[in-house]
Design a protein around this ligand. Structure first.
Ligand code: FAD
Ligand code: 2HG
Ligand code: ZN
Length: 529
């Protein structure tokens, strides 16, 4: 490994030619790609892959039901029934799960959602709430013929208060649209993630999405101030408060945050948004080991403290996949076992740059960091971010990905990748040619939050590989007292594994709540627990 070399530090200091070249060389798109995809291929039906039985008490869609929905929605175009058009609602982003819904409903108002659910509950018609369909646990698509209730047409911003920074908006507003709207007013949305061009803010709340800046702005359990939701029987729960503080009664909104459409359909949210930082720096660093990643994190927290807004890690294999599939050379001149992306966000350029420079000098001096580059403008910053945000998309191009989204104590975090890889190697399923199902085992994620994305990239989904991974990964997590889902949730993928993270008492409590609020089980069945 070469000793500490280039760190170009932005600001008034002249940047070195090497790092300038490194940045210019990247040539990747500055905007994060929208996750809208074409639907040429079809995933296998979930019910066949996983041998699930349809629950017999659910009703079957009839012409009379369709007529009723047309009456409620007052527009034929709010119903999707064409087989080709249905596919994108039936199949998930990973092309791993597919249902066979014959109907998608696109209500425009909360009242329409309420009427739809009231009717479905009476007829015992099962439904799946769906936002941008970017979920990664198979929760957003039907398993059988559940009716998809899409929030795509509920996309109005209701209000924004520039004094308090509180936004009130419909659940179907696309995250990027909300963020752009806020940026024009000097604020930002407190959540950012790679799927921002497609995911809905209601979907974000329903999954309690974490994203790239949780380290700085905290979880949606803290920033969401209120919400409106419709229960299975059509009851509208109006808790769309815009107060920072409200201690009157149980904090019911928390139940819906992360409930993945199993307790109600979120129709609107109110959320506290931070001011847009006026000074943002992004550094992309090369490191020799995961131990050095941890050392650098400790140092970044201590030396960058209040301006640190992201600390993301990517292993060499993940970055290689981005380079290969996105046809771009990596941002640094040499390759490293680990890369870290650090972002600072503040309000004083000189102060922030000075802090970052000192941090980088120290990190180079003590050899935590071996190499790196710092963006000199917003476009370069976005380019560096793309290297992180494009990992899921690049890996998906291998064919398929078994995804594990886990919280583990930081010192053990990367051991999971090594142990999983060793297991698959021993089983002889990893290789460079087509006869091997597994391409590689990779790790990246929100290291600042103790959240690793273990991704097993495959040429095709394969039962033998899945059996080698599950419950192995979940048992591994349980042994270190981790969580089997740090941010993507349970969905269909982890329904049978929740006991690795929740004990019997918690499960009883959760099941009791579910049967109280949705006694017929019509909301997102076959998922969650
Ligand atoms: P969907 O996928 O449509 O639905 C997800 C779940 O929520 C389903 O169970 C659905 O039934 C339910 N649901 C949706 N809308 C509602 C509603 N209005 N009311 C009730 N239930 C509802 N996740 C992260 O946490 N952090 C990341 O960094 C991150 N990065 C990603 C990057 C990429 C490229 C992709 C494809 C996904 C990423 N995800 C990430 C996962 C996903 O984007 C998030 O889970 C997102 O919050 C889902 O929003 P959505 O609108 O697409 O929801
Ligand atoms: C991310 O952090 C997302 O990029 C997706 O949460 C992770 O695809 C994954 O495993
Ligand atoms: Zn993530």
């Amino acid at each position: 490994m070469r000793a500490a070399s280039i760190i170009r530090v932005c600001g008034r200091q002249a940047s070195t030619a090497v790092s300038r070249r490194a940045l210019l060389r990247t040539g990747i798109r500055s905007a994060v790609p929208s996750t809208v995809r074409s639907y040429a291929s079809e995933a296998k039906l979930t019910r066949e892959t996983y041998d699930v039985q349809r629950l017999e008490h659910f009703g079957k869609l009839s012409d009379a039901d369709i007529a009723k929905f047309k009456e409620i929605l007052q527009s034929d175009s709010a119903l999707v029934q064409d087989q080709d058009d249905l596919l994108q609602f039936n199949e998930d982003w990973m092309r791993k799960y597919r249902g066979s819904s014959q109907l998608v409903l696109k209500p425009k108002t909360t009242d329409q959602v309420s009427q739809i659910l009231k009717y479905c509950n009476e007829k015992k018609l099962a439904v799946v709430p769906q936002g941008g369909n970017t979920g990664l646990v198979g929760g957003s698509v039907p398993v059988f013929d559940e009716i998809v209730i899409s929030t795509a047409s509920m996309n109005k911003i209701h209000s924004f208060d520039p004094v308090s920074g509180i936004l009130v908006a419909d659940a179907g507003v696309i995250l990027e649209t909300a963020d752009q709207y806020l940026r024009e007013q000097g604020y930002i949305f407190p959540l950012d993630l790679g799927a921002k061009g497609s995911c809905h803010i209601g979907g974000n709340v329903a999954t309690n999405a974490g994203g790239l800046r949780l380290l700085r702005y905290g979880s949606l359990h803290g920033t969401v101030l209120g919400l409106e939701a419709v229960l299975a029987d059509g009851t509208v729960v109006n808790n769309l408060t815009t107060l920072r503080k409200d201690n009157t009664g149980y904090d019911m909104k928390q139940l819906f945050i992360g409930s993945e459409g199993t307790l109600g359909i979120v129709t609107a949210i109110s959320i506290l948004c931070p001011p847009k930082p006026t000074s943002v720096n992004v550094a992309f660093l090369g490191l020799e080991s995961f131990k050095k990643v941890q050392d650098t994190f400790v140092q970044a927290r201590s030396e960058l403290s209040e301006i640190l807004s992201a600390f993301e890690c990517i292993d060499q294999g993940s970055l290689n996949q981005v380079a290969e599939h996105m046809d771009s050379p990596v941002p640094l001149d040499e390759t490293y076992p680990f890369y870290v992306l650090i972002e600072t966000s503040g309000s004083n350029k000189d102060h922030d740059e000075e802090k970052l420079n000192t941090f980088l000098e120290n990190a180079m001096e003590n050899e935590s960091v071996l190499n790196g580059t710092v963006a000199m403008d917003e476009t370069q910053a976005q380019n560096l971010w793309s290297w992180r945000e494009m990992v899921p998309e690049a890996l998906a191009k291998c064919g398929g990905v078994y995804k594990y989204d886990v919280s583990i104590p930081l010192p053990q975090l990367y051991d999971l990748v090594d142990d999983t890889k060793a297991r698959l190697q021993e089983a002889g399923v990893i290789g460079e040619t087509d006869e091997y199902p597994v391409v590689d085992v990779l790790g990246y994620g929100h290291i600042g939050d103790g959240n690793l994305h273990l991704n097993v990239a495959v040429r095709r989904y394969d039962k033998k590989v899945e059996q080698l991974l599950e419950p192995f990964v979940y048992e591994w997590i349980q042994k270190v007292n981790g969580s089997i889902s740090a941010e993507h949730g349970l969905g269909f993928a982890k329904k049978n594994f929740i006991q690795y993270s929740k004990d019997a008492g918690m499960l009883t409590l959760m099941r009791g709540l579910k049967s109280h609020y949705d006694p017929n089980g019509i909301l997102n069945p076959y998922k969650y627990m």
